[in-house]
Design a protein around this ligand. Structure first.
Ligand code: ZN
Length: 265
């Protein structure tokens, strides 16, 4: 298998703002999100009735990084303005899952910052993809214009993800064969304790019934707050939706790369 290229040129076009600048590493997950041990995750997934983590999953611990965005996008737009909201949301979600195992909890959060942090990391994934196609272009406009509502033709979903593998995917496509849905194009950001998915088209199928759609909570005021529900009773399969199930196909190509951190050498 071809080795995934994650080091862009030292100076190049920023994936997000499009300026030619010195490029910097985007880290997924961002620093500060809760780190958990395998023992905790084993106990948690057993208690939640989630799939048993595979042995392979134990190896992935170091995160994914791409040298793909300029210092301003990385340090100011993401790091200072947005990532603290994502980090706090992950901490609150972990506490909610740990303390109220079977009960839903509502987390108060600045949703417009949270969503943009997620979208920013999705945009940073890959090299030389500034506004490459409509899907990325719509996310880029949303990320950069802080007074924009969520793009009408896109969807944003999240769910509880009690697993160790950290997965970033961009421009994958999935189709449910038995129920005959349209092809859904999506990008994906999965790390404990929450997974995110941005798509063109509505997710369908049994696993999709376990996830929460949130793009309608976005508002034009970046300082607004909303409540996001964490419901540990609903957990899709560990490798959904990047792996096909019995009744579905998933299409990947070079643009649709999935990055999984390499195990420590
Ligand atoms: Zn930039």
């Amino acid at each position: 298998m071809e080795r995934l290229q994650t080091r862009g040129p030292e100076i190049g076009i920023c994936n997000i703002c499009g300026l030619t600048e010195r490029l910097t590493d985007d880290h997924v997950p961002p620093k500060g999100v809760p780190l958990v041990g395998q023992v905790y995750l084993d106990r948690l997934s057993e208690a939640l009735g989630a799939q048993k983590p595979t042995r392979q999953a134990r190896l992935f611990q170091r995160g994914v990084k791409y040298r793909s965005i300029c210092a301003k996008c990385n340090n100011e737009r993401l790091g200072q303005a947005l990532d603290p909201t994502l980090v706090q949301f992950c901490k609150d979600a972990k506490a909610a899952i740990t303390e109220r195992l079977y009960l839903p909890s509502d987390i108060r959060v600045q949703q417009n910052k949270l969503f943009r942090s997620v979208i920013g990391h999705l945009l940073a994934h890959g090299l030389g993809t500034h506004k490459a196609g409509q899907f990325i272009e719509r996310k880029t406009e949303y990320f950069l214009k802080l007074d924009q509502p969520f793009p009408e033709d896109l969807r944003l979903y999240y769910w509880v993800y009690p697993y160790k593998p950290q997965i970033v995917g961009r421009a994958l496509a999935r189709k449910e064969l038995i129920i005959g849905t349209d092809v859904v194009i999506f990008s994906l950001l999965k790390f404990f304790p929450i997974a995110w998915l941005c798509s063109i088209g509505d997710l369908e199928g049994p696993d999709a019934a376990q996830v929460t759609r949130v793009d309608h909570l976005a508002t034009p005021n970046i300082e607004d707050f909303a409540h996001l529900r964490i419901n540990p009773s609903y957990i899709p399969a560990a490798h959904w939706p990047e792996a096909p199930g019995g009744n579905s196909v998933v299409l990947h190509n070079r643009l649709g790369t999935i990055a999984i951190p390499r195990p420590p050498q």
